[in-house]
Design a protein around this ligand. Structure first.
Ligand code: 5GP
Length: 194
């Protein structure tokens, strides 16, 4: 998505060869027009499928899941994060290890909102190691629902997330795929083709 790539070039802060900060327009302060365009783009990409629900994880996936769900005309659900490993009843849950924060947390979704008749599209802001999305995939499986794909706003293609998800049989589509980066420079996967 050209608009997104240009914005990342203009306003993204590359903190290291692994960490990109986009909190001036994507995941702290949010450019709502851009978020709506992102939702429309995901709806264009996945809209040929009979999606009944969009699923994300709190907090920074919410605005993109909502924009996508609006464009598709379906509800969205966000998995809740808990630090403590309290297994409560009536929830589907998975454990996620965050390599960025070096901590393991539980994510959960009420059993009231996912069931075997659901056809789910997962949406999130970043695809890095894939741990967060793999946790959401586990929840969809646990619910017996069908997973139709996963959409990520930014993929760091030099990390292993995409291959992990593809090995799990997930159709992955990311709007901006970063091949490599370093302070002051960024290369998108498409750049390599040119
Ligand atoms: P994972 O490693 O599970 O794919 O990524 C987990 C989460 O870490 C993402 O949803 C995102 O919130 C955060 N994350 C990973 N890499 C980056 C990054 O380079 N920049 C920012 N802002 N967040 C990141």
């Amino acid at each position: 998505m050209k608009l997104l790539q240009e914005r990342i070039r203009q306003d993204g802060l590359i903190l290291s060869d692994k960490v990109l900060k986009v909190d001036s327009f994507l995941n702290h302060q949010v450019d709502t027009q851009l978020a709506l365009e992102i939702g429309k783009e995901f709806a264009r990409i996945f809209g040929d499928q009979p999606i009944t629900k969009v699923l994300t994880i709190e907090a920074s996936g919410i605005q993109f899941a909502m924009a996508t769900a609006i464009a598709l005309g379906v509800p969205f659900i966000y998995a809740k994060k808990k630090k403590a490993v309290t297994l409560s009843e009536n929830v589907f849950s998975a454990s996620v290890h965050s390599f960025t924060r070096q901590e393991t947390y539980q994510i959960s979704v009420s059993q009231k909102y996912l069931d075997p008749s659901d056809k789910v599209l997962i949406i999130d802001d970043f695809l890095a190691t894939g741990a967060a999305l793999a946790g959401l995939v586990d929840i969809v499986k646990e619910a017996g629902a069908e997973l139709l794909g996963a959409g990520c706003v930014i993929e760091k293609s030099f990390q292993e997330g995409r291959s992990l998800l593809e090995k799990m049989g997930v159709r992955v589509h990311s709007l901006a795929r970063i091949a490599s980066m370093a302070p002051g420079e960024i290369h998108f996967v498409e750049d390599d083709i040119l």
